[in-house]
Write a protein that binds this ligand. Structure first.
Ligand SMILES: Cc1cc2nc3c(=O)[nH]c(=O)nc-3n(C[C@H](O)[C@H](O)[C@H](O)COP(=O)(O)OP(=O)(O)OC[C@H]3O[C@@H](n4cnc5c(N)ncnc54)[C@H](O)[C@@H]3O)c2cc1C
Length: 404
């Protein structure tokens, strides 16, 4: 197997690296972690200063042509091939930067889904302003009783002439507090089998009857929201695809989401920072990096990080052969998010009692960052499909085990 890149691809990498290093320094300063545990907290959090930085970063990515590499040129993307996209992702993760600017959900998956299933007027009306971040989008899928079992959703939309009337509740909706629009999954035929009576709508978040309530995470910051719908009127023309066939549209969007999910954690960056930490703290009465247990654990993490990277190459190779994203995207998501969790837990083990203290002064060995990371790490094993669900997918579709 040949993992080397062509000279043109290496040139592309150098250009991307130069651009990202310069822009990141100008917008975020020497380290993005000085502002937030990870880039996603800058986007999904509630800090206004962080958000303004993200908008500026978004503008620069757009101007340089890196914002939507995976979008076709027709819609303002770069129309880049999978290898260029992978190189860009590698470079973004090296610096721990957000890949899709401020309008993360729109650029990653909502825009591409609309390109596939949207009516012409919907594409023309909505896609250009996704790109410029003039209109921010959120994703209303999960409900209090429908997360892993998404098809069990109960938010109801009743068709009444030329509009739908919506009642119900969504939960864990990232970015709803900033969003101008939402893609919303609703039940339009309660008598049909559960996957068949669902429709996919585009909803203006300013519509009367919508209430957004922030949910505070264990970190103390609001990161996502509950959204309530009380007789919300949405024009029928905002339906994407056919009535009662929204499940197909939502699955396409989840596929786009899973394709990028395995690359959410900058694993190599976190590993390198963990190695640095081991040089700064003591463990068992000796400098941690000299302790055999610490050394062996770090080596295991390094091998696991290599597996994440190889899984990414495997997915890329399948993509280059024209195969649709398969269970390898579940493997990437599962392994990267669990490795991230194990690494942050090990940082806490090295820090000992200090891991329980935030805002500790003097903040030696960047302890605050690791404490915040520890509080954050578990969410990646839940968002976008829990680890247990990824295990189920791998068990059934890769190992062909009988359903549990
Ligand atoms: C940071 C974050 C951001 C999010 N952003 C959004 C968003 O923007 N929009 C949105 O719609 N949703 C969002 N979500 C919600 C996310 O998609 C759900 O949390 C996830 O799908 C799990 O659903 P649930 O929370 O209802 O848990 P449940 O489905 O109730 O699961 C509870 C537990 O049971 C386990 N379980 C459930 N079913 C099975 C099974 N069949 N086999 C084995 N174990 C099972 C799960 O693994 C989990 O441990 C976000 C979540 C997080 C953490």
């Amino acid at each position: 197997m040949d993992f080397s890149y062509t000279p043109e691809q290496e040139k592309f990498r150098r250009e991307v690296r130069r651009f990202l290093e310069k822009t990141s320094l100008e917008v975020f300063g020497p380290s993005i972690e000085a502002h937030a545990t990870c880039s996603e907290n800058l986007i999904f959090g509630d800090d206004e200063h962080h958000w303004q930085m993200m908008l500026e970063y978004h503008r620069r990515l757009l101007e340089a042509g890196y914002l939507a590499l995976h979008w076709p040129k027709e819609w303002g993307g770069a129309g880049a091939g999978p290898v260029e996209q992978a190189i860009y992702r590698d470079e973004v993760m090296r610096l721990g930067l957000p890949p899709f600017g401020a309008n993360h959900l729109a650029i990653d998956r909502i825009g591409p889904t609309l390109m596939l299933y949207g009516a012409d007027w919907q594409k023309k009306r909505f896609i250009p302003k996704m790109l410029t971040a003039e209109e921010i989008w959120c994703q209303g899928y999960s409900e209090p009783n429908a997360g892993s079992d998404l098809a069990g959703l109960q938010t109801r939309a009743v068709l009444d002439g030329d509009h739908f009337v919506i009642n119900g509740q969504k939960v864990w909706t990232s970015l709803a507090h900033r969003a101008h629009f939402q893609v919303l999954l609703v039940r339009t035929d309660p008598s049909a089998p559960k996957h068949k009576g669902i429709s996919y709508l585009l909803v203006d978040m300013k519509t009367p009857g919508i209430t957004v309530k922030p949910l505070v995470k264990i970190t103390g910051h609001a990161g996502f929201n509950e959204v309530f719908y009380d007789n919300v009127v949405v024009p029928r023309e905002n339906l994407v695809g056919e009535l009662n066939k929204g499940w197909e549209v939502s699955v396409a969007m989840l596929m786009f989401q899973r394709m990028s999910a395995g690359t959410r954690q900058p694993i190599e960056r976190i590993l390198n920072q963990l190695i640095e930490l081991s040089k700064e703290v003591e463990f068992g009465g000796v400098p941690a990096h000299r302790h055999p247990y610490v050394r062996q654990t770090l080596i295991r993490f390094a091998s696991d990080a290599q597996c994440v990277s190889l899984a990414r190459y495997r997915a890329l190779s399948a993509h280059l052969k024209g195969k649709p994203p398969g269970p390898e995207s579940s493997f990437g998501k599962l392994f990267a998010s669990e490795l991230n969790l194990r690494m942050t837990m090990f940082a806490a083990e090295m820090l000992g009692a200090y891991a329980a203290i935030e805002n500790d002064r003097p903040n030696r060995a960047n302890r605050d960052l690791w404490v915040r990371r520890l509080l954050n790490a578990r969410e990646y094993t839940i968002a976008g499909g829990t680890s247990e669900i990824q295990h189920n997918i791998i068990g059934e579709r890769v190992l062909h085990l009988p359903k549990g």
